[in-house]
Design a protein around this ligand. Structure first.
Ligand SMILES: *Cc1c(COP(=O)(O)O)cnc(C)c1O
Length: 413
């Protein structure tokens, strides 16, 4: 693989025309391979936010007649990207809060069962939320240890789900290694034992096909600021399969979940459909940004994005092997493409100073994850094959020149 081959792949790329919509796609700056942490802004989002500010200014409180349904309408758009029919997704709160709401609701829906099964290597907030829930309810949190690279072993996972398991809570794609689980297979295994499954889709929504309805999924959450490009802190989404909606009760009893909200009655009585999973006033500016950003993803189409993503990550894996492994780095993502998500990780004993040198010299923006990994997320909507090629060359040249390993590790990552 040389640069000319990468250029040829870019010329044949059916998604190449989408790149110009991204305002920050700067040809001379560092190569941005962190779209799995914070996606780039598109012109559509810039315009949507400008319109929203004008609307607020012109219409003031009168705008609410149009804004109040945004959690549901933007949710239906996200639903189309994750394989959910309308009326099962809403956009609200953060992933952390939504995970708490749905984990608590799922646990309460199986009152005769006391165990929550989860991954010891999952994203920290997911583990903390479940720890808090275990502390508050007295349920047992059963954390499974998988391989650092290949993730949970599916047989071990199945064996850990028993007649006492109320809920299984897992990430579709692991935030560090990019290891991907089979949503349909795990859901089916949990259902055979009578447990519900709550999926965290943060590292797959907007890049990897999910097919929630087809998989018979129960519950899911995910954020909108990674591959969905909704902007820093944009509101998250949550999914509840239609037939479960009225059975479940979430623990944050707010007025946006209340039936006949504006009657302002004395007692909480939840709405029948998805609105019962809302809590307070929706973040309108964030919702409008998510709507515009997700429309760009929808226009490109998940099948095309996933096809390109797989080619980008396969290219990256080949380059890591040929160019970085001889310099002491190793692939820290599954080598089987069928088990990977949309990002690739590289381990090196000096990953932290290496990553810092890449950022400070404005060469490549990836991110460091302890203990020794640099993550590279080539978001398929705006990353070119030459970006992947050049990024690996820049990473190699920094290693060849030698990285300063006297730098302290970050205390906050
Ligand atoms: C990014 C991410 C989150 C983020 O949660 P916030 O509430 O938005 O901070 C949660 N879980 C996973 C798996 C993530 O990748």
């Amino acid at each position: 693989m040389d640069r000319a081959a990468a250029e040829t792949m870019d010329l044949a790329d059916p998604l190449a025309r989408h790149r110009v919509q991204f305002t920050a796609a700067d040809e001379d700056g560092p190569i941005y391979l962190d779209g799995n942490s914070l996606g780039r802004p598109s012109q559509a989002v810039t315009e949507a936010l400008a319109d929203a500010l004008r609307d607020w200014s012109d219409n003031l409180v009168g705008g609410w007649s149009r804004w109040i349904d945004l959690p549901a309408t933007v949710g239906d758009r996200i639903g189309r990207l994750i394989g959910a029919a309308p009326g099962q997704v809403i956009v609200c709160d953060s992933t952390t809060v939504n995970l708490y709401k749905l984990a608590a609701a799922g646990l309460a829906a199986r009152p005769d069962r006391r165990v929550v099964v989860a991954d010891a290597d999952d994203f920290p907030t997911d583990r903390y939320v479940l720890q808090g829930l275990a502390a508050a309810t007295g349920c047992e949190l059963r954390l499974l240890n998988g391989g650092a690279i290949d993730g949970l072993d599916v047989d071990a996972l199945e064996a850990a789900i028993d007649a006492d398991t109320a809920l299984v809570c897992l990430s579709h794609v692991n935030f560090r290694s990019g290891a991907r689980l089979d949503v349909a297979g795990v859901t089916e295994a949990a259902h055979r034992r009578g447990a519900l499954v709550l999926w965290d889709l943060c590292h797959s929504a907007g890049a990897v096909p999910i097919g929630l309805d087809q998989a018979g999924a129960d519950l899911a959450v995910g954020c909108t600021y990674k591959y969905l490009n909704g902007g820093p802190g944009s509101p998250a989404f949550l999914y509840v399969r239609r037939d479960l909606q009225t059975q479940l009760r979430q623990p944050v009893w707010g007025w946006f979940g209340q039936r006949d909200q504006f009657a302002m009655g004395p007692r909480y009585e939840p709405e029948t459909g998805m609105a019962r999973f809302l809590a307070g006033t929706p973040p309108v500016l964030g919702l409008l940004a998510v709507d515009a950003a997700a429309a760009v993803i929808e226009a490109a189409g998940i099948p095309a994005l996933w096809a390109k993503s797989q080619q980008l990550t396969a290219t990256l894996v080949d380059l890591v092997r040929s160019r970085l492994e001889p310099l002491g780095a190793t692939l820290a993502s599954p080598s089987d493409p069928a088990r990977r998500g949309a990002h690739v990780s590289v381990a090196h004993p000096r990953a932290w100073p290496w990553c810092r040198a890449l950022t400070e010299r404005r060469l490549v923006v990836g991110d460091f994850r302890p203990p020794d990994v640099i993550r590279l997320g080539p978001a398929p909507l705006y990353t070119r094959y030459v970006d992947v090629f050049d990024a690996v060359e820049r990473m190699a040249s920094v290693l060849e020149a030698g990285v300063d390993d006297t730098l302290d590790r970050p205390r906050v990552t």
